[in-house]
Design a binder for this molecule. Structure first.
Ligand SMILES: Cc1cc2nc3c(=O)[nH]c(=O)nc-3n(C[C@H](O)[C@H](O)[C@H](O)COP(=O)(O)OP(=O)(O)OC[C@H]3O[C@@H](n4cnc5c(N)ncnc54)[C@H](O)[C@@H]3O)c2cc1C
Length: 641
């Protein structure tokens, strides 16, 4: 919060009312119509803003369009904040090219062509007055990106390019308030709407608490959403607490013949999670809100601030208790909670993808490509060839093995095509999973495009196939691990160590990933295929009940956590991280939060003084509701099967 105030002072000078009249800033994600561009908020903590991404899998996406209102006629200097996304690898060709059109006339400059880092690319001078139509016109469909467009009447003005200066500039130039709106006060504020956070919110609300659920995407589910497409594994409703997992079964998609990773969007049933959450009157859902600051006093979080990812509106959300279900330990980090983060030899991140056959009308009918209408017409006219251009900027796999290529079938799937885009397409093992995330995502995309180029243009295979869907949202495995009163280890699993506060069942093996040496040749530090630990000391030995004390912070008094950022070692993350298990952690957090509020204690106090009560609640069906904070649990909702 301090840095915001500091930048307010700095930018009072640059962005006085006079300066503001000289400049017009258009944030790309605020365009009235974002067309076929995606709002990408994943790197907001690094760059202070979401941006628009032309994620077209090689087919240019529809224009993003808005109206600019110039308060004074004159000559304006145009700046466009963008980058050449393959420049970090010195790769040629600048694939993310796009134009800026002013009243349908393109500026001379082609954008997305300069520099490895985000920067203001000079767009030259224009004459402007009154209202003008501004469009971002994608030229390639290959991941072009635009953060903002600035029109400045001050020829000498160079816009700031990072840190608090840029943040302050955005705030002032957009005329935003430095004071966040009041988002309300809640018993429990849950941040992160993956499986863990969603289950925590529902569990707490059914136990009688008022809950804020803050999620920075338009859907719930995290890795289990249609945006990432990981199928939830793990077993629920294990002995002796056979109702732990009831809520997870309500929110998780139902299994069908097609249930697996990287399938069609419907398989992940985003609507189901939203329906369950919206049916809880005590939950206030903040979708598309990214928590970006916290206020802490005496080792307690007092409130957090979240930014709406499309409008940049800031809200202040106060709570008695907080639950960090961000996967990244983002709230804990901001609050100064103890954590561990491996920056090398850790599990990587994936952007799952799939392909489809244009010659198969049924597949075209169900495809998720952005040019579906044009494609369907072409197929009707008998045009089923699906050429793919050479992509010299992608990872060069022309002479390299990868899963799905001849002689590299590997262990994963029966057909070569089914080996493309699965969980093992993973990178970032030696990168910082937070600071370097955009680069990790971009390497995944470069690997996908390089593999498809090799299969189509080098091997001459699949003339009628094309890329069908690819996640631009990164599927993350390992990030910050927040530290609690117990740090669970791999050895605890091997020795089946018994804890008095056993709270959630783990039903997965010690599944830790590393680069697969069979596919790593010549790709030192840039490996993109992983292998998982198997056999011997990594085997699954049956359900293991992990302790409650892994679910709250050891040094921030009112902070819970659930999901893949809980208090485990790197090795113990392997078995706890599957989604149904993460969801059950959330259920426990919801129950413990009620005890903490009802009895005026902390998450630690629940363990120290109310463990028997927690166990009593663990016997209750997840569908039961408490009508008020001090009421008993009554009624049972029809839980999902
Ligand atoms: C490719 C891949 C394959 C996998 N395979 C399987 C599998 O087959 N089965 C299985 O069960 N598990 C699998 N896993 C593991 C599993 O997906 C994760 O461990 C699990 O999803 C973690 O759940 P979570 O709720 O803790 O975190 P996430 O699913 O990561 O959800 C966290 C959510 O919080 C949001 N968020 C983050 N920061 C903020 C913020 N500051 N403000 C607001 N919101 C925020 C994120 O956008 C996200 O939606 C796989 C993981 C990957 C990446």
């Amino acid at each position: 919060m301090k840095s915001l105030r500091l930048s307010a002072t700095i930018f009072a000078i640059v962005c006085s009312p006079h300066a503001r009249a000289q400049q017009l800033l258009l944030e790309a994600e605020q365009f009235a119509d974002t067309g076929g561009w995606e709002v990408d908020q994943q790197f907001m903590d690094q760059m202070g803003s979401p941006f628009l991404l032309a994620h077209g899998l090689g087919v240019p996406v529809r224009d993003a369009v808005t109206t600019a209102k110039f308060t004074a006629p004159g000559t304006y200097h145009v700046w466009v904040r963008t980058r050449d996304w393959v420049a970090p690898w010195n790769a040629p060709g600048a694939p993310g090219k796009f134009q800026v059109l002013v009243n349908d006339v393109p500026l001379k400059e082609i954008f997305g062509t300069m520099g490895a880092e985000w920067a203001w690319q000079d767009g030259g001078l224009i004459e402007a007055s009154g209202e003008a139509k501004i469009a971002l016109h994608d030229l390639t469909g290959f991941e072009g990106r635009c953060d903002a467009v600035l029109f400045s009447r001050d020829a000498a003005f160079i816009p700031p390019n990072g840190g608090p200066e840029l943040q302050g500039f955005r705030t002032e130039a957009l005329g935003r308030s430095w004071v966040p709106d009041d988002g309300g006060t809640f018993d429990l504020v849950v941040v992160g709407g993956g499986i863990a956070g969603t289950a925590a919110a529902v569990s707490a609300a059914r136990n009688g608490l008022t809950v804020a659920l803050v999620q920075d995407r338009p859907v719930l589910g995290g890795n289990g959403s249609s945006e990432v497409r990981v199928w939830p594994e793990g077993h629920t409703r294990q002995q002796p607490f056979t109702h732990i997992g009831d809520i997870v079964e309500e929110i998780c998609p139902q299994k069908s013949a097609g249930s697996a990773n990287a399938k069609g969007a419907a398989v992940y049933d985003d609507e189901r999670k939203l329906r369950v959450v919206r049916a809880e009157p005590r939950i206030t859902l903040f979708l598309e809100h990214h928590a970006n600051a916290v206020n802490v006093a005496n080792q307690q979080i007092i409130y957090l601030t979240a930014q709406q990812t499309r409008t940049a509106r800031q809200v202040k959300i106060c709570g008695k208790l907080f639950a960090d279900c961000t996967g990244d330990g983002a709230v804990g980090f901001l609050a100064g909670a103890d954590f561990e983060l491996s920056t090398h030899e850790h599990q990587g991140a994936s952007n799952l993808w799939n392909v489809f056959d244009v010659a198969d009308k049924n597949q075209v009918l169900h495809c998720e490509c952005k040019d579906k209408d044009a494609l369907a017409m072409a197929v009707k006219a008998g045009q089923t060839a699906a050429p793919f251009p050479r992509v010299p900027w992608a990872v060069d796999l022309s002479d390299k093995p990868f899963p799905g290529r001849a002689k590299s079938k590997g262990q994963w799937a029966n057909t070569p095509l089914a080996n493309l885009g699965g969980w093992f397409w993973e990178s970032g093992f030696d990168k910082d999973p937070i600071r370097d995330l955009e680069r990790i995502r971009d390497l995944n995309l470069r690997a996908m495009y390089g593999a498809w180029d090799a299969l189509k243009n080098v091997d001459g295979l699949y003339p009628n196939h094309r890329l069908g869907w690819a996640a631009y949202i990164v599927g993350k495995r390992e990030s910050r691990r927040l530290l609690g009163d117990v740090v669970l280890t791999g050895e605890d699993f091997r020795t089946a160590r018994v804890f008095p506060d056993a709270a959630f069942p783990c039903t997965w093996h010690i599944d830790v990933h590393s680069p697969d040496p069979r596919f790593a040749g010549g790709l030192q530090g840039e490996e993109f295929i992983s292998q998982a630990t198997t056999g011997g000391k990594y085997n699954y030995q049956g359900p293991y009940w992990a302790p409650y004390r892994t679910l709250y912070s050891r040094n921030i008094g009112n902070l819970f956590f659930a999901g893949r950022d809980i208090s485990v070692t790197r090795e113990a993350l392997g078995p706890v991280r599957v989604m149904r298990t993460c969801g059950m952690m959330g259920e426990i957090v919801g129950k413990a939060a009620w005890i903490a509020v009802r009895h005026g204690t902390s998450p630690r106090g629940v363990y120290q003084d109310h463990l028997a009560l927690l166990k009593e609640l663990m016997v209750q069906p997840g569908g039961m509701r408490r009508d008020k904070l001090d009421g008993g649990l009554t009624g049972t909702l029809s839980a999902g099967k």
